[in-house]
Design a protein around this ligand. Structure first.
Ligand code: SAM
Length: 218
């Protein structure tokens, strides 16, 4: 059966899901970067809107700086700047994606970095951290959340999408371990939604908001 054109457009996303290393994933994004926003727009890519809305519900406008983990081509910085978050930092494993983000001029600082490894930022450096479309198979491991918590200030928020591949027991095990350790507290979660609603595939996800709350700091 012929595939819907919009599914062809996100074939590279499925290639990343199947990738066996982060180098391979970064290479796929490098080669996709120029067409990424066109293709994701074509399938109604909804993570950036969901993550931005959730951040705005909990983190006051004017909060700075915000860290955009897995920044890609910089879609989030465009949205957050317009919503009144003045200073955005970002990192990504793909130089090709970062090149497009840099060209937009929305970020104060962009660098290569990898969720799942130590991040090159100071503890408590950021008012909030976000990650849109990054915690999913073939991309960032959930252990990457540890570093996002470390670099968020007490009282700040960590807001991120989690794809179907991690939802349920895998995510709850990681999230509760951090909560039991006094590292963060869940403050909000969306319902399930389809992150590519114009595609034939249904890619179910949720967005979560956690607070690095002073009262639970160990
Ligand atoms: C689906 S794109 C999302 C990009 C952007 N956040 C957005 O919503 O448009 C996933 C991005 O995560 C990056 N990425 C994948 N694994 C990563 C990791 N472990 N650490 C940092 N970035 C990663 C990819 O290079 C890619 O730019």
């Amino acid at each position: 059966m012929a595939r819907h054109p919009s599914d062809e457009e996100i074939r590279k996303l499925h290639d990343v899901y199947a990738s066996s290393s982060l180098d391979e994933a970064a290479g796929i994004y490098d080669s996709w970067a120029d067409d990424y926003e066109d293709h994701m727009g074509g399938v109604g890519y909804s993570h950036p809107a969901m993550v931005a809305a959730m951040l705005a519900r909990h983190q006051p406008a004017g909060s700075a700086p915000i860290l955009d983990a897995g920044a890609g081509t910089g879609i989030m910085a465009g949205i957050l700047g317009a919503m009144g978050y003045p200073t955005i930092y970002g990192f990504d494993i793909s130089q090709g994606m970062l090149g497009l983000a840099m060209a937009k001029g929305f970020y104060k600082d962009l660098r290569t970095g990898c969720l799942g490894e130590p991040l090159d930022y100071q503890t408590d450096q950021f008012a909030a951290c976000i990650a849109s479309g990054v915690f999913t198979q073939g991309h960032a491991p959930l252990d990457g959340l540890d570093e996002l918590v470390r670099v968020t200030r007490p009282g700040g928020h960590i807001v991120f999408s989690v794809a179907r591949s991690y939802l349920g027991e895998v995510f709850e095990t990681k999230a509760s371990a951090l909560e039991r350790g006094g590292k963060w507290r869940r403050v909000d979660a969306t319902e399930h939604y389809d992150s590519t609603p114009l595609s034939e595939d249904t890619l179910i996800a949720q967005v979560y908001a956690y607070s690095k709350d002073l009262c639970v700091m160990g």
